[in-house]
Unconditional design. Structure first.
Length: 551
């Protein structure tokens, strides 16, 4: 078992925090127009405090044409009018803090919206101009420049290049966009690009943001030669390039310059855990999302290996692990775990594959207790605490996700996990929109979500919400949980069992998860603290997790 640094300083709250992700558009709608907003979040802060989370991570809330749900940012220093105002955001940050909840905002350094003033200036300026140098503009290949400058694909389908019309109307240069065409990539070789983002960080840190989630953190730097992609060639032309580390070192100095240091949290999707850990060296990011664990199938050996690898790669750099089961890009957990293939593959998403929601929910409950018991911080995506399923039948004309549109519908996109939350009532909008309601929810909510609403689940002993509330309360009170050591226990094949705490002082705590097909006996214990489902006498049924007091 690798040693995990214990006794975090009070400032190092991120080492063991439970962080709740708010997708603002779909959380709560305070003005009744069908789109979630900051007024809605402020009116529901009590719910989040009662849930027992330590911090909120807000998806981008800046002015945006919403070509990619707000990841196409027009102005990083303001709030989208559909969500509210900067003054409201400041109030929200302060009110949350009064309830003991910190705020993490989303920073999008890889690209801006094509409506951002820099990109407008670039379009109005000629090839070779300083305005274009902040982006990746290049002439096309082919006799008339009609072919893209290289073969890089967009992550959302199609080419990563689009051609512009020059100010005189003639077909002109091409610009790079690793995501949608409305999201031109910035050139991080350019000093103004660096300076601008550091200034944006200061802007939000000065307003009380306790940390930032860094979007597409490993994709920001490109090989300036922009070569065709060659799988044999190392380094990769647009992923995980060494130059990135200097950027984050500089951000770390900035974050550390505050009396209460701000946390840097990376969205780092990399298959190689060793390369991933390089972003977490002591002078770089504080933590990064553990996508390996998220994508892992519901299988004891695979999960054990994922957990062991995670801890082993974090230990040498002294960074805490994170545990994530879902976010706004990922198929909802209860749907995923109810399928024959329980892993997550971003390329296919398993859309339309039959699912057994009762089974998926049982496993999601067990997975919740597993991830909340592991060492480090944990992320909870809104609606996970309600056990919401993926909505797989959104009508095509209501889907907004560019992944769906850029692939001609071959990729289902991510809107199925972004449907507005049900708060109360028996029909849509299920209390999502405050009265008077003037618009329907921006994505349609299914019939049959009444039983999943916050009101319906509050106080119901067997509900997902009650499980999360109880587990988060216990997690806060339990000295061995959050950051700190853990040790594996042998509970037989296809069973995960581990103890938390140092074992030297304080009460003993053990988590057991049964991924086998048959009940297994519970290890010796003095009390059952919490179980994800009914116990079978002295046995733990399949797809069930339990927290035990052992001394
Ligand atoms: C990240 C976000 C995703 C967004 C993409 C482009 O992966 O999580 O939602 O579409 O970056 O900004």
């Amino acid at each position: 078992m690798p040693a995990i640094r214990a006794n975090p300083l009070p400032n190092e709250w991120w080492r063991g925090a439970a962080i709740y992700q708010v997708y603002v558009r779909s959380f709560a709608d305070g003005n009744g127009d069908g789109v979630g907003d900051l007024a809605g979040v402020r009116s529901r802060l009590r719910h989040l405090a009662d849930l027992g989370v330590d911090a909120l991570w807000f998806n981008p809330w800046y002015p945006s044409p919403m070509a990619d749900g707000g990841y196409d940012v027009t102005d990083y220093r303001s709030i989208d009018p559909a969500f509210g105002t900067l003054a409201e955001a400041e109030k929200l940050i302060a009110e949350a803090l009064d309830l003991g909840i910190r705020t993490i905002i989303d920073i999008v350094p890889n690209h801006v919206s094509d409506t951002h003033r820099w990109f407008r200036q670039a379009l109005a300026a000629p090839p070779g101009s300083p305005e274009r140098a902040r982006f990746w503009f290049r002439p096309g290949r082919g006799e008339h420049g009609e072919l893209p400058p290289n073969d890089w694909p967009s992550q959302f389908g199609g080419s990563a290049w689009s051609r512009v019309a020059e100010p005189d109307g003639t077909p002109g240069e091409w610009y790079l966009h690793r995501f949608a065409s409305q999201q031109p990539d910035l050139n991080w070789e350019h000093p103004e690009v660096r300076a601008e983002h550091e200034d944006v960080l200061r802007f939000w840190f000065d307003r009380g943001a306790a940390g930032v989630r860094i979007d597409s953190a490993a994709e920001v730097v490109k090989d300036p030669a922009l070569p065709d992609f060659d799988p044999e060639h190392d380094p990769h032309p647009y992923l995980d390039r060494d130059e990135l580390h200097d950027i984050y070192r500089s951000w770390r100095r900035l974050a550390d310059s505050y009396p209460q240091p701000r946390a840097l949290i990376g969205e780092v999707w990399l298959p190689d855990p060793e390369r991933f850990a390089r972003y977490l060296r002591p002078d770089e990011l504080h933590t990064a999302f553990n996508f390996g664990f998220l994508a892992c199938p519901w299988d004891a050996e695979r999960l054990r290996e994922s957990i062991t690898t995670t801890l082993a790669v974090h230990a040498p750099v002294g960074a805490p692990a994170t545990w994530v089961l879902a976010n706004h890009d990922i198929t909802r957990t209860v749907t995923r775990y109810g399928r024959a293939d329980t892993g997550f593959d971003f390329a296919t998403k398993g859309h339309g594959i039959p699912t057994d929601l009762a089974l998926g929910t049982r496993r999601a409950r067990a997975a919740a207790l597993l991830s909340l018991a592991l060492p480090g911080s944990v992320y909870l995506y809104q609606g996970e605490e309600l056990g919401l399923p993926e909505v797989e039948d959104i009508p095509a004309d209501r889907i907004e996700d560019p992944m769906y549109h850029r692939t001609g519908g071959a990729d289902p996109g991510r809107d199925g996990c972004r449907v507005p939350l049900p708060w109360s009532g028996t029909v849509s909008p299920y209390g999502f929109s405050a009265e008077p309601v003037t618009g329907e929810p921006w994505l349609p909510q299914p019939d049959g979500w009444a039983g999943l609403s916050v009101a319906a689940q509050s106080g119901a002993p067997d509900s997902m919400l009650t499980l999360y509330r109880t587990a988060l309360r216990l997690r806060r009170a339990e000295p061995g949980l959050g950051d700190g050591p853990m040790s594996w226990l042998d509970a037989g094949p296809r069973v995960l069992a581990f103890a938390r705490g140092s074992g030297a002082d304080g009460p003993g705590f053990t988590c057991v998860v049964n991924l086998s097909g048959a009940p297994v006996p519970l290890p010796a214990h003095t009390a059952v603290l919490l179980a994800s489902g009914p116990l079978d006498g002295g046995a733990l049924p399949p797809d069930t997790a339990v927290w035990l007091r052992t001394t």
